[in-house]
Design a protein around this ligand. Structure first.
Ligand SMILES: C[S@@+](CC[C@H](N)C(=O)[O-])C[C@H]1O[C@@H](n2cnc3c(N)ncnc32)[C@H](O)[C@@H]1O
Length: 276
């Protein structure tokens, strides 16, 4: 007699997701099954995933630095490699706390914050700080507010530094920036999840990918406290140029690299004795 093997809903969904090209089909199937309140909802969620929507937009959250970060549709999904930016920022904040010992909580700014993942992770993991996040996209700002306000931070809407409270000028100890840095012509080579489902303004860094970084660097000196740091995520290929841009604005720059996360960050320091 033929043996009839029972196929579980998890196995069935895994096979369906694998056939659609999902690399982590087993894990994704488990997350979708756990999140769906009814079989009909699961079918809708699976259909959206098979059609290419990012898993995080279907679930409504992304895991980042061990936290669940809310991510609304149309908002950039925080990437695993950006955890390196957070780790470096947390280390610099620790070092500056040791050096300054007393005094008010350090001012931390997450510029181009998207969902606010970087700021939220720093607020949760790096000790007390006065946290400000900013983004130009109203959808990102609304999403960041759900992540950052409960942690005591503020979120501002506008172009780069423009919406930040003027009282922060010259007081920012740490400026963390994951701005768009993909060269315009490379966007069409990106995976469909990013190319189709994330707004182009999240990705497009202009002809050489460095246009937003240039504007960030041009303003950094006015906002950083003496001895403060700006950390900019970039690509390995662009790192030397990103560092050069920071140096042209009077910051001491060094390139930091994590092979484990495939991540590159350029750190720029404003000398403690810097005038503006
Ligand atoms: C690559 S996403 C990074 C989001 C977030 N920092 C993260 O790592 O998840 C870049 C973000 O920069 C924002 N952005 C682009 N141009 C901007 C500008 N001129 N001023 C403020 N935000 C900007 C986009 O809306 C997007 O949310």
């Amino acid at each position: 007699m033929p043996v009839i093997r029972h196929v579980s809903p998890h196995e069935r969904l895994t096979a369906r997701l694998r056939a659609a090209g999902c690399v982590f089909a087993e894990d994704e199937a488990r997350l979708l099954i756990d999140a769906a309140p009814t079989p009909e909802a699961l079918e809708r969620m699976a259909g959206r995933r098979v059609a290419g929507l990012p898993l995080e937009h279907i679930l409504g959250w992304a895991e980042f630095c061990g936290l669940r970060i809310a991510v609304d549709t149309g908002v950039f999904v925080p990437r695993r490699r950006t955890e390196f930016l957070v780790r470096q920022a947390a280390a610099l904040l620790d070092a500056s706390r040791l050096a300054l010992s007393a005094g008010p909580a350090p001012v931390v700014v997450d510029l181009c914050c998207g969902s606010g993942a970087v700021g939220a992770a720093l607020a949760a993991l790096a000790g007390p700080a006065e946290l400000h996040c900013a983004d130009i996209d109203p959808a990102a700002v609304a999403c960041a507010r759900t992540n950052v306000l409960p942690l005591g931070g503020e979120v501002h809407e506008g172009d780069l530094y423009a919406p930040l409270p003027a009282g922060l000028r010259g007081r920012v100890r740490l400026l963390a920036v994951n701005a768009p840095y993909v060269p315009s012509a490379d966007i069409e080579t990106m995976p469909q999840e990013a190319r189709v489902h994330e707004p182009r303004a999240c990705l497009d860094g202009g002809a050489d990918g460095l246009q937003v970084q240039r504007r960030v660097a041009a303003g950094a000196r006015q906002w950083l406290a003496p001895g403060g740091h700006v950390l900019i995520e970039t690509s390995r290929r662009q790192a030397a140029q990103t560092a050069g841009i920071l140096r042209r604005h009077g910051l001491a720059a060094r390139v930091l690299r994590s092979e484990e996360l495939g991540a590159t960050v350029v750190a720029g320091a404003l000398p403690p004795s810097a005038g503006r």
